[in-house]
Design a protein around this ligand. Sequence first.
Ligand code: DX5
Ligand code: ZN
Length: 226
Amino acid sequence: MVDVPSLLRSVPLINPSLLAADFACLGRDICSLEEAGVEILHLDIMDGHFVPNLSFGVPIVEAVRRTTHLLLDVHLMLQNPEPYLPIFRKAGADFLSIHIEVAPDPRPMFDTIRKLGAIPGLVSNPPTPVEAVLPFVNDCDLMLTMGVMPGFGGQTFDRSTLEKIRRIREATDENRLISVDGGVGESTIADIVAAGANLLVVGTALLGHADVPAQFQVLRQRTLNN
Ligand code: DX5
Ligand code: ZN
């Protein structure tokens, strides 16, 4: 089981999204992230229903698990995530995050995720009011706020998300991971951390660079200059 309190001692953390990796060379890209010093990887699972795109599924999560000891944060963009919780846990997920838009009361799924030995997270899309997730801030360890409509990497950060992050930060204690996903990069990351986020999912702005370890340091410095 992931030791969330010890992970919280290293925040703010950059959480690279493998969606922006070169899938023909996934092992190589994961090695370069390990060399850069990352502690966690973000894996986007899309079903073509909840989001208008497909990404990858169980075999890729299993392959990533075989190749690294890094923590695996699995973001389920699925219309019906419940049957897949044990499947992705078995594949190697340490964190399993579900969307509030498909689970208005996510607590039963949080219980299932904990029973499976993983850490539950709750995600909300930009148009979803923060009031939809606030009742659950203390029922899960990870609150993930989307900075873009999910489905594709490389989109522009929606700055109205900053107010949602502040509200979530205010509503919760220090023992939670407050994550942001979508549009996080050099020009947005400092404001996102200042709003209260401590786990920054970064796809294109990290893996889109030729020198991933150098870019990791650039982004990391920006999280620290707050
Ligand atoms: C978007 C995914 C993100 C995506 C972020 O639907 O959930 O994790 O990979 O990509 P960037 O950082 O490029 O916006
Ligand atoms: Zn994601």
